[in-house]
Design a protein around this ligand. Structure first.
Ligand SMILES: [Fe+2]
Length: 223
C-alpha cells in the first residue's frame, strides 16, 4: 500500500515531535502493509519560508531514513509537502514542493473560509506552470464548494477516516465511483491515533478500490 499523505517526518511540522514518534508511526504503517509513505509536512505560505522549510524537511527526512536503515525497516519515504492554497503562494517555486521528483503537488484547499474565484483560478494557474495539483483530503470539504472544482480535470486524495462510518463511507465510495478519489492517505499526525488500522481493514473489504488507489499512486510516483 502507498500512503500519499502523512505527517511523519520528525520535527518538521506538528505531525511528529521527534524520531521516537516517527518510528512509532512507521511501525503502525508497517504492520498494516504500507510500503511507501509520501511525507507531506504542512507548508503555509504565510508562516513558512521555502528554503527554511526545505532545510527542515531534509533534516527530518535524513534522520528518519537513517533510523529506518539502522532498524532494517523496509518502507520507502518520499519527500513532499501539503501545500495550503494561499494568496502569494506563487512567489515560491512550487516545483520544490512537489512529490519526490514528480510534477504532482498535494494541495490543501482552505478549510474555514469561502472559496472564491481566486481559489479556482489559482488551480488553473498551478496547472499552467506544468504542475498537477492533487487536492488533499477531498472528504473534508463542503460539497457546495466542490461542485465547481469537479469541473476541472484534476486528481484527488481521500483520507482513510472517510471509510470509518457508514455515511462517510458511502460518500467516499461515491466520490471514488464518480472519479473524485484517486489516492488514499492516512494524514497521520502524532502516534495516538492509528489510521493505518482502518486502512488495513478496508483495503481487504474494498480490494478493487484500494487496488486502484495503489495503481494510481505507482503511476504518479513512476512518472
Ligand atoms: Fe495533512
Amino acid at each position: 500500500m502507498v500512503d500519499l499523505h502523512a505527517h511523519i517526518l520528525p520535527n518538521v511540522d506538528h505531525g511528529s515531535n521527534g524520531i521516537n514518534t516517527s518510528l512509532q508511526q512507521i511501525r503502525m504503517a508497517e504492520k498494516a502493509g504500507v510500503k511507501k509513505i509520501v511525507a507531506t509536512p504542512h507548508f503555509y505560505n504565510n508562516k513558512d519560508n521555502l528554503s527554511e522549510f526545505l532545510d527542515r524537511r531534509d533534516a527530518g527526512y535524513n534522520a528518519l531514513k537513517n533510523t529506518l536503515t539502522a532498524k532494517n525497516i523496509n518502507i520507502e519515504i518520499i519527500k513532499a509537502a501539503e501545500v495550503n492554497l494561499q494568496v502569494d503562494l506563487f512567489k515560491n517555486d512550487l516545483r520544490k514542493l512537489c512529490i519526490g521528483d514528480t510534477n504532482y503537488l498535494l494541495l490543501e484547499m482552505p478549510m474555514n473560509v469561502n472559496w472564491t474565484f481566486w481559489h479556482y483560478d489559482a488551480i488553473d494557474e498551478i496547472i499552467a506552470l506544468g504542475i498537477n495539483p492533487i487536492i488533499a483530503h477531498i472528504n473534508r470539504y463542503s460539497s457546495y464548494f466542490l461542485q465547481r472544482l469537479f469541473k476541472k480535470d484534476i486528481l484527488y486524495q481521500i483520507n482513510i477516516e472517510a471509510f470509518l462510518t457508514f455515511s462517510s463511507r458511502r460518500k467516499a465510495l461515491s466520490l471514488y465511483k464518480n472519479g473524485y478519489a484517486h489516492f488514499i492517505g492516512s494524514d497521520i499526525h502524532g502516534k495516538d491515533n492509528n489510521p493505518y488500522e482502518i486502512m488495513a481493514k478496508y483495503k481487504t473489504k474494498y480490494s478493487k478500490v484500494f487496488n486502484d488507489f495503489e495503481l494510481n499512486s505507482y503511476s504518479i510516483l513512476n512518472s
